[in-house]
Write a protein that binds this ligand. Sequence first.
Ligand code: SF4
Ligand code: SF4
Length: 179
Amino acid sequence: MPESPSLCLSCGLCCDGTLFRDVELQPGDDARMLSAHGLPVEHLRRKSRFPQPCAMLGEGCHCALYEHRPLRCRQFDCAQLMAVAEGTSTRAAALRRIQRARAAADEVRRLLTVLGEADTHRALLSRFQRLQRRFEAGGQSHPATALWAKAAAAMHRLNLILSRDFHPRHSTARRPPIQ
Ligand code: SF4
Ligand code: SF4
């Protein structure tokens, strides 16, 4: 969680499994120290990473590991933070975009849970893809298939919002604030 606590504490999308499935540790990160602080670091093929939703994310989007958080967490600035820092968007506009993205993610989570994919310890995309495999295998009832179509549309909408408003390669510069 970067250096804009007021926005990040209203958001948490880069820690709660909405934007990312996992976070890779970088040279300079102390995996042993992070594990000792409770971060569930996994080692696989010479890479170390920890899954999202992050176990360190607490109430009010507080990071329980804030002082010791990994490098990627320190370095990540989403497009909203960048735009506010650059002066190309306002804090109020960023908050509106955050609220819209969180609502879209909540809707996807709600639909996935209704469809039986209720594992809140998995990242949103992983949950979605598990269901996708199940429906692609066929044999689902018409009502369930109709609900799945709704979930897929909600996921598509969320991905558009995340791609446009949060992934850092897309700055909000030169776009007017949402109404
Ligand atoms: S997505 Fe952006 S605003 Fe939200 S917590 Fe991450 S860095 Fe902060
Ligand atoms: S360690 Fe903290 S900043 Fe990093 S993903 Fe977890 S909650 Fe977010």
